[in-house]
Design a protein around this ligand. Structure first.
Ligand code: ADP
Ligand code: MG
Length: 777
């Protein structure tokens, strides 16, 4: 035997001994007894032999049956039992950071170990793994990164991709790469796990891979749709506002026939029909908030009512409320906290569950509250399948989840609450019947449910593909379009072309679709390319500190609060930050103020006084640090303790850098007698989002806006805009690093009439060339 083999052998023996000792210890026995009762464990032999005999296996089973905690563990144990423990190397991917962390911790406990020994995890910027780690939980992004360093994953023996039904863009990407890898690594095993999966689709993608199903048991769940809920609650529909089954049905049938781009319009039409239901508190205010994008506000009263009813009358058991997103969860939580019953901490423990919560918060969600107190968890769709809260008996389902959709024709994306799929609704309902018969309240009529799509549309078909294209290039996977044509479901041709074109415009790809220097740096920054680019510009132009705030601000929920009942006060508070005609600079100023206040231990008061969300401010603060360490890893800034290089807070420099980063998101400002109107090349007339500081002004002393995001509701709205001048746009718009000055000028020619003046053109052109040179050296 070689020395290496001896080491592996010794290690395998040690692992075997240790496992035996634990399983025979009193606590180990107790744990084994718990595990043996999980449906997944009961199928142990069938699962292991399927994995042994097939390179790819699909495993399905009800949420909570023990897929995530048992299957990877069973593989590990069987390797250890056959004295191959030292050689095996299992990687299990999770779509979210939080599940990678909580699951690895759970398995370590089940094995009587500390996290970081045999079981480890690795997520972005955090991890717990050691030399002896043989089962690693990580996010999909981490495995993709690893693939970029080690294309054939030489040392890996098993890859388990969990929650495969979620069809995130990274997961679909990973599957293409793995599918290519499998023939080159015949001994590698791939296991795909999910609660529900489109068996035909996956099985045919992987050459007829078999499916192993874990039979489960759930208690019956009494199901109520909106019609019967309204009946129970006594809320009345006015006769002319009846929820018209026929209308709703028709809208959904139509939505299946029209191209995807119109789907959101139709969804909002359905929403309007729904929103006319006359609830007790439904008044002008609710209507107003509906029009400014909080469609679920309407549901809040109903949820509050149901919660109160459950807390007062029903048998013990936790309540799980599915909400659309984090913003809704916080606003609902605030509202409920003021409720005499639901907000009473002696009766109800009110918790939030979402993707970015800390581990202390997580513990509370799994724990059973002390006797007599009812646990109410407000959750995003993370609680649908990735997290199991054991004692849930009541589920309230709003029927929606935040979903981005992308309209390739207009190159616009929307992040809107949209209806979930039938499969998701079933999952949500199933959460109520885990420990005893349960109840589920769907806050939508049965006919709307009947119109739901069977499965959710995969993310790759409904988001812009820019980051994905960059990743394909950085992993050297060949031609972008060809590569994507091998996806489980391929994105539209136009969507791919738009992404490539965008990357060329911002200078991340050259004409022949190769990564530029900028592009290579952008692949090291896991965020939208434009945000990465802005950070790099912040470094180059010595204004990183404020630019960190801008970029962090764009990544969190709008920190400027606008409570309906104190709208005027909130606006006045915001006005103090808004004299620059820029939402981005307003945020920088608000954050600067927060930093000072925080240093003086005054942050809370500062936020309160200025109508700022303390949570968002803290999130910005920690994101700034996170971004800084990413820049550090990419070698773009000093590795010394954080010294954000600030040369200047010069307002115009910042404006120029923001312009540079957000280009080609520009629109022209046309003044008329009383106010101004806005136009973009692709959309014609557009409007400012009502939260924008620029929406308060009737005159803008600049001819252009750059913006971060267009959102299509009924009209196209611009979110977060900054006013810029002609010369800023000429010098900083477009792509200097790419050196394609001619193309750039041509493009601007379309926007800038005055630019047809050849003398001016020449002057700007030489100025721009000078700037080019300056940056490249
Ligand atoms: P699946 O992946 O099939 O949805 P899991 O493997 O996540 O199921 O969970 C199986 C069971 O293990 C759960 O029903 C629960 O009883 C238990 N469990 C999972 N995570 C924890 C935890 N962090 N603490 C206590 N029990 C847990
Ligand atoms: Mg799971």
């Amino acid at each position: 035997k070689t020395a290496m083999e001896k080491i592996f052998w010794r290690r395998s023996m040690e692992m075997y001994e240790k496992q035996r000792n634990w399983q025979e210890s009193p606590e180990g026995r107790k744990m084994m007894e718990f595990r043996r009762n999980l449906p997944a464990y009961k199928e142990k032999d069938a699962m292991l032999s399927a994995i042994l005999l097939n390179q790819v296996v699909l495993i399905s089973g009800e949420t909570g049956c023990g897929k995530t905690t048992q299957i990877p563990q069973l593989i590990l144990e069987s390797e250890i039992d056959s004295l191959r423990g030292g050689m095996c190397n299992i990687i299990c991917t999770q779509p979210r950071k939080i599940s990678a962390m909580s699951v690895s911790e759970r398995i370590a406990t089940e094995r009587g170990e500390k996290l970081g020994e045999t079981i480890g995890y690795k997520v972005r910027l955090e991890g717990m793994k050691g030399r002896d780690t043989h089962l690693l939980f990580c996010t999909t992004g981490i495995l993709l990164r690893r693939l970029s360093l080690d294309r054939s994953l030489k040392s890996v023996t098993h890859i388990i991709v969990d929650e495969i039904h979620e069809r995130g863009i990274n997961e679909d990407f990973l599957l293409i790469v793995l599918k290519d890898l499998l023939p080159r690594r015949p001994e590698l095993r791939l296991v795909l796990m999910s609660a529900t999966l489109d068996e035909k689709l996956f099985s045919s993608y992987f050459n007829g891979a078999p499916r192993a199903h874990i039979p489960g048991f759930t208690y019956p769940v009494q199901t109520y749709y909106l019609e019967s809920i309204l009946e129970i609650t006594g809320y009345k529909l006015t006769p002319h506002n009846q929820i018209d089954e026929y209308g709703m049905d028709r809208a959904w049938k139509m939505s299946k026939q029209v191209p995807r781009k119109r789907k959101s319009q139709i969804a909002s039409a359905v929403e309007d029909t729904l929103s006319v239901a006359e609830f007790k508190d439904y008044n002008a205010q609710t209507r107003e908030s509906l029009s400014c994008w909080n469609p679920d506000c309407l549901g809040f009263n109903l949820i509050e009512y149901l919660l109160c009813k459950i807390c007062e009358n029903e048998r013990p058991g936790s309540v799980l409320v599915f909400m659309t997103g984090w913003d809704d969860i916080t606003s609902l939580k605030d509202k409920l906290q003021a409720h005499p019953v639901v907000g009473d901490a002696n009766r109800v423990s009110l918790l939030a569950c979402h993707g970015s919560m800390g581990s202390a918060e997580q513990k509370l969600i799994f724990d059973r509250p002390p006797g007599g107190i009812r646990k109410v968890v407000l959750a995003t769709n993370i609680a649908e399948t990735s997290i199991t809260i054991d004692d849930v008996v009541f589920v309230i389902d709003c029927g929606k989840a935040k979903e981005t959709s992308y309209d390739a024709l207009n190159n616009t994306s929307c992040l809107l609450p949209s209806w979930i799929s039938k499969v998701s609704a079933k999952q949500r309902r199933g959460r109520a019947g885990r420990v005893q018969p349960g109840e589920c309240y769907h806050l939508y009529p049965k006919c709307v449910f009947d119109g739901f799509a069977e499965y959710q549309i995969p993310e790759i078909l409904r988001t812009p593909l820019q980051s994905l294209c960059l990743q394909i290039k950085s992993l050297k996977l060949g031609d972008i379009s060809e590569f994507l044509s091998r996806a489980l479901q391929s994105p539209e041709y136009l969507a791919v072309q738009n992404a490539i074109e965008y990357l060329k415009i911002i200078g991340a790809l050259d004409e022949s679709e190769n990564l530029t220097v900028l592009g290579r740096y952008l692949t090291m920054l896991p965020m939208e390319p434009k945000l990465g680019k802005m950070l790099i510009l912040g470094v180059i132009f010595n204004c990183l500190d404020p630019i960190l705030s801008v970029v962090a601000g764009l990544s969190v929920r709008d920190p400027f609060l606008a409570p309906l009942d104190k709208k005027d006060l909130a606006e006045a508070a915001k006005a103090q930050f808004s004299h620059d005609f820029s939402d981005h600079l307003a945020l920088v100023r608000a954050f600067e103020g927060w930093k000072v206040a925080d240093r003086d231990l005054n942050a809370y008061e500062y936020c309160w006084k200025n109508f700022l969300s303390a949570q968002s401010m803290k999130a910005i603060d920690s994101l700034r640090k996170e971004f800084y360490s990413l820049l550090k890893d990419a070698g773009l800034v000093d590795s010394n303790p954080i010294t954000y290089n600030v040369w200047s807070y010069d307002e115009n420099l910042l404006r120029a850098v923001i312009c540079y980063g957000l280009y080609p998101g520009i629109c022209s400002v046309v003044h008329n007698e009383r106010s101004f109107s806005l136009k973009t090349m692709e959309d014609g007339h557009v409007l400012l989002h009502s939260n924008s500081v620029n929406a308060r002004n009737s005159r803008i002393p600049y001819p252009w806006f750059v913006f971060n995001e267009k959102i299509k509701v009924n009209s196209v709205f611009l979110r977060d805009s900054t006013a810029v001048s002609d010369s800023m746009l000429l010098l900083f718009g477009g792509n200097i690093l790419r050196g394609d000055t001619d193309g750039h000028l041509k493009m601007l020619g379309g926007y800038l009439e005055f630019f047809m003046d050849p003398a001016l053109a020449k002057m700007y052109r030489s100025l721009k060339l000078e700037l080019d040179e300056l940056i490249q050296t």
